[in-house]
Design a protein around this ligand. Sequence first.
Ligand SMILES: Nc1ncnc2c1ncn2[C@@H]1O[C@H](COP(=O)(O)OP(=O)(O)OP(=O)(O)O)[C@@H](O)[C@H]1O
Ligand SMILES: Nc1ncnc2c1ncn2[C@@H]1O[C@H](COP(=O)(O)OP(=O)(O)OP(=O)(O)O)[C@@H](O)[C@H]1O
Ligand SMILES: [Mg+2]
Ligand SMILES: [Mg+2]
Lengths: 161, 161, 163, 163
Amino acid sequence: KEKAFLEVFNKVNKNLKAIFKELSPSGKAYLELENEKTPLDGGVFLKARPRGKDVKRLEIMSGGEKTLTALAFLFAVQQYKPAPFYYFDEVDAHLDDANARKIGQLMKKFSKEAQFIVVTLRDTLAHFSDRLIGVSSREGISQIYTLEVSELLGDTSEIKV
Amino acid sequence: KEKAFLEVFNKVNKNLKAIFKELSPSGKAYLELENEKTPLDGGVFLKARPRGKDVKRLEIMSGGEKTLTALAFLFAVQQYKPAPFYYFDEVDAHLDDANARKIGQLMKKFSKEAQFIVVTLRDTLAHFSDRLIGVSSREGISQIYTLEVSELLGDTSEIKV
Amino acid sequence: AYIDRINVFGFKSYGSRKLTIPLGEGFIGIVGPNGSGKSNIGDAIVFALGLATAKSMRALKLTDLIFSSKGKTAPYAEVEIVFKNNGAFPLNTEEVSIYRRVDLNGKSTYKINGRTAKYYEVEELLSEAGIPRQAYNIITQGDIFRFIKMTPYERRELLSELA
Amino acid sequence: AYIDRINVFGFKSYGSRKLTIPLGEGFIGIVGPNGSGKSNIGDAIVFALGLATAKSMRALKLTDLIFSSKGKTAPYAEVEIVFKNNGAFPLNTEEVSIYRRVDLNGKSTYKINGRTAKYYEVEELLSEAGIPRQAYNIITQGDIFRFIKMTPYERRELLSELA
Ligand SMILES: Nc1ncnc2c1ncn2[C@@H]1O[C@H](COP(=O)(O)OP(=O)(O)OP(=O)(O)O)[C@@H](O)[C@H]1O
Ligand SMILES: Nc1ncnc2c1ncn2[C@@H]1O[C@H](COP(=O)(O)OP(=O)(O)OP(=O)(O)O)[C@@H](O)[C@H]1O
Ligand SMILES: [Mg+2]
Ligand SMILES: [Mg+2]
């Protein structure tokens, strides 16, 4: 039982390190066992050291750094054992444009293995989608329609996916 | 004492109604006394009815609707009795572009009466500022410099140092 | 497997009419103004798949999910999630439909591929198809920080469940 | 009144050097990449004006605010907020400076216009200048929803304080 857990822990940890490196080239994020000898007696810490900085408690990271670390962890789990679909609601709320683009690229890559349903208010992530659903409200009733990604205002030409 | 409270209540309520109307033209937001006879024995409710919809409990509103209602309330208080400065950190995180622009215009207007220090990751609000401060990080140490509003390209995250 | 489409009637802001939300394989972007009804799509998924203990649907009681406007209320709210199976579910249909309706009296009815089912049957089916019990594959607004805020023990639990 | 500039040394991400953040009248936008140090400006204001009970500075203890990197730590963290007075403060200087330093032992020192002061003197001065005690004029990341989440009584209190 402990053996099975350690296999998951090590694989997800390996994924996390690689994914975070992709997001924050000279930063790192990793998992750490509280209890190395008897892992199932302790917890699992999530540690992050954004580029140029020390490993600090997660709570003092900025909103964007927390978002990147959390998404990297989620993608690391998904890479190990994908759920059939993922639903993301405004996960780009606290990401600057450059980081939103990196997350968009990762989502594009991982959406080959699982369905990604991504709600966003900004074009950046939307430009990476295969298909777009538009939602509007008329007199309090939602209307649903399909959009072409090229119909997005803002410049689709500069985003080669 | 009750008289003084009612004067504040009525004035802020009047401001709130007008400001929210500006943000959401066929919607409304207002304050309501829990106890009409003895106001100071009860609380003050914040009620909102976004365009086309019924008055619903605040919690079931969308993230953007909550943000607009909260900002309208804050501006209503400010219009009655401005603090010397206001600091807003990413209040546009859950606003679509059109609403971010409306908030930018209101902030522009109210910044004649009080200093507005506005942290944002998106150009929309930044374009309304009188002056821009850029922040970047080199080896974990923050650098501060001034920017021209005209220097804003698509990206507030790709600032030249 | 993936969600091919979602059929709704009387659910939250979708009005008292049959409406189909087309999804499909790959990376689907959902866009539109504040308050238009984007997050309600996530709520529809959480509702139909019985994941409400893991996620908030911003409703104090189930009947809050029934469309109401200007005094009029829909007679019930129903959501049907239609998956393309691709061998993920232990059923031999090409599509797998999970349906839930809540009536004005608050009573829920579940259906799997059109026949009435108990909640635990839906729960088991989803677990077989790889949809995690704590629904960490569904990130609602603001929910992303839970991976940061969770305790080391909760994180260990999440990993153990994958084993 | 308005904040003309903020001088810092050893505070959070601003390093072990004297740094001036120029602000000034009107609408000032603060932009830059994630993690660059924008929100730390708000924390500097909250720190120096003694508003930490009303606001989080994302620090478990005061000494967390002292710059540290790669094993090295600044000897102390200090922040000076320089206001243009314009008659808002009951002092007859053109500028009003409110300063706070925290040492490695966690001890705080306040100064008003350069002379050492007690915390309650800073508190009274700010109150005279119209800076509210619950600091609702300072909205940190995610904090905007407090106006929605506050109870009807808290909202009544906020309005009473204005009277
Ligand atoms: N039972 C109901 N009947 C009618 N309308 C409802 C019901 N429940 C919720 N709504 C409406 O749904 C709207 C919220 O929809 P939703 O949260 O999906 O918006 P959104 O597109 O995600 O917006 P945002 O971009 O601001 O997050 C609210 O305006 C609310 O009034
Ligand atoms: N005592 C300290 N010493 C050195 N660096 C620190 C200290 N305290 C915080 N930091 C650093 O400050 C950074 C966060 O800065 P801040 O929250 O201002 O970023 P931000 O520009 O607001 O980013 P975002 O756009 O993501 O919100 C973190 O990376 C953290 O490591
Ligand atoms: Mg939403
Ligand atoms: Mg920040």
